[in-house]
Design a protein. Structure first.
Length: 600
């Protein structure tokens, strides 16, 4: 929720710019657009305002995502010094089995200001909803006091207006003493309410104009966009640009409605229709209820409507053509902003899996995962098939933990910090809780014992800019680094999904990362766990430990067997017991059940 608020506020800055562009374009092309087109253009803007609350695929907008994430710098607590040893429950008889040692970190705590803004936004929504409910209750009282229209003369005129508008459905019409202007309300069961003073001061032409106006609202289904406008107004209660846009949209709605009425009138009636609005301007200037549509509005808006009536001419074919082209151009430009405004595009915490050319099978492994949340992903190269348990978790990006050490080492090799032949780094003399860490390390020993200081040293020497370039080059996860360089892959900004882990391993295995072949071969050798007569297994574990509790565990790798290669990634999540070794145990159970790999 906190992340959403940050991105929502940032997107609102872009919304203000987009609204400005929209208003300028609309003003420049106003003479090319018909009044109905000008009103319909607002639907595009409503759609853009709604897109923040829906997921939009945003390929090609990764640079925008990175910019958002860099701004979204929520301070986190310092890294704890306490470290715990997590011994694998399965220990194959092989000296190259990777030990999974983890470092405990503290949970990121959101800024108090962000939490306050989140609360303020929710409170504002509650207040706005309360005001609508209050207005609805007020109208309910008016509705209860309203009476079915009794005047046979007006009833006869009303039915004539229905026929004139080609409306076959009869819409109930009522009279009330508590309204100053006519309104039509009701999303599914519309009703028209006429003030008694209009009935008492009956004028056939004026009444006809009013009825036609309200029936135009019904014919063009204005109740539905009015409902959407109310929702947008509630969600964006704090944004003055949005409120101004909604006010202008309502005004354009009335102008479009007036134009629709003028199309039904003879040319010599245009002036009479305009005079009717002028005569009732003071009474109609009171805004109607937010859920109702009517002919009321401010005096400034009324002036604009009357000027539109005074300058009205039937639309020529040429203007319709130019209007259609202008309308299409503005819509096309506005929808180009949709990925920018998508919260999913800004967050990038979900991977959009697209494997149309491959076979995908979703399997049920709940009996193996039991109380653990998480997912299992397997790719069978020979069959070009995916086997996925829990797609939702399989596409959700989380911290890679120590599985990223594979790529940390690869980036260092490619940068020349180490080489396959000379990968030793001297121990810095710091006394770590793990004895295996308190010595000089090579790539093989550091990978086997998951020596965090070794890979932190590699990262520091590789440098931030180079690591970012490598992340973009390889397409690793969300490609985002925030905070300390030493811990960006430990429950911090860098995140990757299980499916992406498999795709990265495939690129590594088939030398598709455009790195030196000898460097990728060195990495593959460093993660090879053991070999039997049936095949070989390579992999890397990872554990996310937060405040002393193991909350997430990884085991990723690949199996070479029977001239085939199987790539896999397992992630489990639990509040207390979810580690790399447990993920390894689950993985072997799954691979055994699938008859791919068995522990002897």
């Amino acid at each position: 929720m906190v992340n959403f608020i940050i991105q929502f506020l940032l997107c609102n800055c872009f919304i203000c710019i987009i609204i400005g562009i929209f208003l300028i374009a609309k003003h420049i092309l106003r003479h090319k657009l018909t009044s109905r087109m000008q009103y319909n253009l607002w639907f595009t803007l409503l759609g853009l305002l709604a897109v923040l609350f829906f997921s939009v695929n945003s390929f090609g907008f990764m640079f925008i995502s990175s910019w958002f994430n860099n701004l979204k710098n929520i301070p986190s607590s310092p890294i704890e010094t306490a470290m715990r040893n997590t011994v694998p429950p399965i220990s194959p008889n092989n000296s190259n089995w990777i030990n999974d040692f983890s470092i405990s970190v503290s949970k990121n705590t959101p800024s108090a200001i962000i939490v306050l803004l989140c609360i303020l936004w929710i409170v504002g929504i509650i207040v706005m909803i309360s005001l609508i409910i209050k207005a609805r209750f007020h109208f309910y009282i008016i509705k209860k006091s309203a009476l079915p229209l009794q005047s046979t003369t007006i009833h006869k005129l009303y039915r004539k207006c229905l026929n004139e508008m080609n409306i076959t459905k009869y819409i109930p019409i009522y009279s009330t003493a508590f309204l100053k202007s006519p309104v039509i309300t009701g999303l599914f069961k519309p009703c028209i309410y006429i003030p008694i003073h209009l009935i008492s001061n009956y004028n056939a032409n004026a009444m006809r104009y009013m009825l036609l106006h309200e029936l135009c609202h019904y014919k063009y289904k204005d109740a539905l966009p009015n409902f959407a406008m109310n929702i947008i107004g509630v969600l964006y209660w704090f944004n003055p640009f949005v409120w101004y846009s909604l006010k202008e949209m309502k005004n354009d709605r009335e102008v479009a409605c007036n134009t629709s009425v003028l199309k039904l009138l003879e040319e010599d009636s245009y002036e009479d229709y305009g005079n009717t609005l002028i005569n009732f301007a003071e009474k109609m200037s009171i805004s109607p209820f937010p859920f109702a549509t009517g002919s009321s509005g401010s005096m400034k808006q009324m002036k604009k409507r009357i000027l539109n009536i005074a300058t009205y001419h039937p639309v020529s074919f040429k203007k319709k053509l130019y209007g259609t082209l202008s309308f299409t151009l503005i819509v096309f430009v506005l929808f180009g902003f949709a990925p920018l405004l998508s919260i999913q595009a800004a967050d990038q915490n979900r991977y959009y899996f697209n494997a149309q050319d491959s076979y995908i099978e979703y399997i049920d492994l709940s009996d193996i995962f039991k109380e653990n949340r998480g997912s299992f992903v397997l790719f069978d190269t020979k069959k070009d098939s995916w086997h996925i348990y829990n797609k939702d978790y399989a596409t959700t990006r989380i911290s890679p933990a120590s599985t990223f050490k594979i790529y940390s080492a690869l980036f260092a090799l490619e940068s020349g910090i180490i080489t396959p032949e000379h990968s030793m780094l001297s121990w810095n003399g710091q006394n770590y809780i793990y004895d295996l860490w308190n010595m000089d390390q090579t790539l093989e020993s550091a990978m086997q014992n998951s020596v965090t200081w070794y890979f932190q040293t590699l990262d520091e020497q590789t440098g931030l800019s180079s690591i970012i370039n490598y992340l973009h080059k390889t397409g690793y996860g969300n490609q985002t680094i925030e905070g300390a360089l030493s811990f960006y892959w430990l429950n911090s900004s860098l995140k990757i999904s299980p499916i992406e882990q498999v795709e990265m391993l495939k690129k590594l295995y088939y030398n598709q990362l455009d790195f030196a072949p000898e460097n990728m071969e060195a990495i593959k050798n460093s993660i090879r766990l053991y070999t039997t007569e049936h095949g070989s297994l390579s992999g890397k574990t990872g554990t996310i430990e937060v405040d002393g509790q193991n909350t997430s565990g990884w085991f990723i790798g690949y199996i070479e067997k029977d001239k085939n290669t199987y790539f896999f990634a397992t992630n489990i999540q639990n509040e207390m017991l979810a580690s790399g070794p447990i993920a390894t145990d689950l993985t072997f159970s799954i691979l055994s059940e699938l008859d791919i790999w068995k522990i002897e």
